[in-house]
Design a protein around this ligand. Structure first.
Ligand SMILES: Cc1cc2nc3c(=O)[nH]c(=O)nc-3n(C[C@H](O)[C@H](O)[C@H](O)COP(=O)(O)O)c2cc1C
Length: 156
């Protein structure tokens, strides 16, 4: 059997809310029905271009800070952009955002950079704004499952 594909999850959290969403995303991505896929989670401060190049799909999780993605997620993009630019076009990606009350600035900021990379959005982004609600976790879990199942099945 061919070696499993890899789904990379890159995230940043400062006060733990994006971490809680991440755990739901991971739960979905590690659905026992999806057995032939490696799911690798990395902090945005530690993820490398090699991590991205070794992956067939990517999920990004960031808080909104000052109407933008977190500084750590921006650092990740600064770090991987040029090493990945020529090699990851079409990479399927998904996005989850934690925001105090908005999230649109973070969404736009990620979309602009990812448009440059020509990654392919394959699932509706999840924006968890305000007090965290059960549906936020359900949507994140579904996001993880969708990316993972789609990658394993080769539908993206
Ligand atoms: C410095 C700072 C700036 C923030 N700016 C925004 C913002 O522009 N829009 C928003 O909706 N929430 C904003 N927030 C709220 C955070 O998105 C929220 O606290 C979130 O839960 C942080 O995620 P974390 O717990 O994973 O660190 C800001 C929080 C901090 C600390």
């Amino acid at each position: 059997m061919a070696s499993p594909k890899r789904l990379l999850i890159v995230y940043h959290t400062q006060t733990g809310n994006t971490q809680r969403l991440l755990e739901a995303v991971e739960r979905g991505a590690r659905d026992p029905a999806i057995s032939h896929l490696d799911v690798v989670t990395k902090s945005a401060l530690l993820a490398t271009p090699e991590d991205v190049l070794a992956s067939q799909g990517i999920l990004l999780g960031t808080p909104e800070n000052f109407g933008y993605m977190s500084g750590a997620m921006k650092y990740f993009f600064d770090h991987v952009y040029y090493p990945c630019l020529e090699h990851t076009q079409g990479l399927p990606y998904g996005l989850f955002i934690r925001a105090g009350n908005d999230g649109r600035g973070a969404l736009l900021s990620v979309e602009r950079i990812v448009a440059g990379l020509r990654w392919k959005l394959v699932c509706e982004p999840v924006i968890a704004a305000g007090e965290l609600q059960p549906w936020h976790f359900e949507a994140c879990e579904a996001l993880g499952t969708t990316l993972a199942a789609g990658l394993e099945a080769g539908v993206f």
